[in-house]
Ligand binder design. Structure first.
Ligand SMILES: NC(=O)C1=CN([C@@H]2O[C@H](COP(=O)(O)OP(=O)(O)OC[C@H]3O[C@@H](n4cnc5c(N)ncnc54)[C@H](OP(=O)(O)O)[C@@H]3O)[C@@H](O)[C@H]2O)C=CC1
Ligand SMILES: CC[C@](O)(C(C)=O)C(=O)O
Ligand SMILES: [Mg+2]
Ligand SMILES: [Mg+2]
Length: 335
């Protein structure tokens, strides 16, 4: 895979260009503040509401989406995936001019044909591989979250240079920037969040918690064992792979890890993962999510509510409330 660092990207590529960040949520806020602090000309396009007030409080120039799209030469769409197509059709598309650059941080709408931009604009992706809050926090610490770039249309002939300059502006070239395609990013990102990072992880944690509680162990014990300590173990894996984590745990834990882990995640899980990937590749998942939004999310809402009321969430809130380190963290997250 092609990879890029600080010296491969030039912020001057964006000089004289106004960047409109559309949406000011997790990614919008993180990316916009980093771009501003990198000295780039950034404005925000957002509807009235909570995010708009936050952007104003952060001292950014704030406009309605259509005004921002009209004023800018680079338009980064950081709205929820499920609202992007409607907002694009009504408030962005009419204002795109020749060789403007339309950007995304996830390929869903381009890959599944929900947004079909005119041929005379650049269409690119700069996708940080981390949550928006971390994009900001790591940048403030002097480093960056790695990112992917992809070029779908290169009308200006300069699409890659623009993508790299933007990636530099959000701090990603301080880590590493890898080049991919819209298809590859979309399918791997959806697979990762469904099977492993979010869906796989929460289901694994819940299964472990429920197994211990059903066997009569205290919910507090189950929480500390399968959720709280998981972060500490994952931090070690993140820093130095399985090897570093196994260096840190007991030999007894390592023997259990190597012999029992594959029994928990066995052939059935591999088969389920293949099914999940196939639904992503065929567009079946995308169709389900698009239609779910058309009918106002009955499944999404019911499942979210059930998990919010799960014992692990109740006990988790109580246990975090006992630890001063979590009080400080919540105060920081609210800022
Ligand atoms: N979350 C993440 O860390 C990651 C996200 N991505 C991608 O980044 C993109 C943005 O996701 P994310 O940051 O999670 O989104 P969020 O849900 O956090 O934020 C969405 C923003 O869009 C605004 N918004 C929603 N609807 C409209 C509308 N109709 N008109 C104007 N503004 C609107 C919201 O404002 P309001 O407050 O008014 O609702 C909010 O500011 C997606 O493509 C996602 O896949 C990629 C990598 C990681
Ligand atoms: C893991 C979820 C994610 O893909 C992300 C933060 O990278 C998302 O869509 O939010
Ligand atoms: Mg992701
Ligand atoms: Mg994602």
């Amino acid at each position: 895979m092609k990879k890029y660092y600080e010296s491969d990207a030039d912020l001057k590529t964006l000089s004289g260009k106004k960047i409109a960040v559309i949406g000011y949520g997790s990614q919008g806020r993180g990316q916009a503040l980093n771009l501003r602090d990198s000295g780039l000309d950034v404005i925000i396009g957002i509807r009235p509401g909570k995010s708009r007030m936050q952007a104003e409080e952060d001292g950014l120039e704030v406009y309605d989406v259509s005004e921002a799209a009209k004023a800018a030469q680079v338009v980064m769409i950081l709205l929820p995936d499920e609202t992007q197509a409607d907002v694009y059709d009504a408030e962005i598309k009419p204002y795109l001019e020749e060789n403007d650059c339309l950007m995304f941080s996830h390929g869903f709408n381009i890959h599944y044909g929900q947004i079909i931009p005119p041929e005379n604009v650049d269409v690119v992706m700069v996708a940080p591989k981390g949550p928006g809050h971390m994009v900001r926090r790591v940048y403030e610490e002097g480093m960056g979250v790695p990112a992917l770039i992809a070029i779908h249309q290169n009308s200006s002939g300069n699409a890659k240079e623009i993508s790299l300059a933007y990636a530099k502006g959000i701090g990603a070239t301080r880590a590493v920037v890898l080049e991919t395609t819209f298809r590859e990013e979309t399918e791997t990102d959806l697979f990762g969040e469904q099977a492993v990072l979010c869906g796989g992880a929460t289901s694994l944690i819940k299964a472990g918690f429920e197994t211990l509680v059903a066997a009569g162990y205290a919910p507090e014990m189950a929480y500390l064992e399968v959720l709280h300590e998981l972060k500490l173990i994952v931090d070690l894996i993140y820093e130095g792979g399985f090897t570093k984590m196994r260096d840190s745990i007991s030999n007894t834990a390592q023997f259990g890890d190597l012999t029992r882990g594959p029994r928990v995640i066995g052939p059935e899980t591999y088969a389920a993962m293949e099914d999940v990937l196939t639904e992503i590749q065929t567009g079946e998942f995308a169709k389900e999510w698009i239609l779910e939004n058309r009918v106002r999310r009955p499944v999404f809402n019911a499942l979210t509510k059930a998990d919010e009321e799960h014992l692990i969430e109740v006990v988790g809130a109580e246990i975090r409330g006992m630890m001063p380190q979590f009080q400080k963290k919540e105060e920081c997250d609210e800022e």
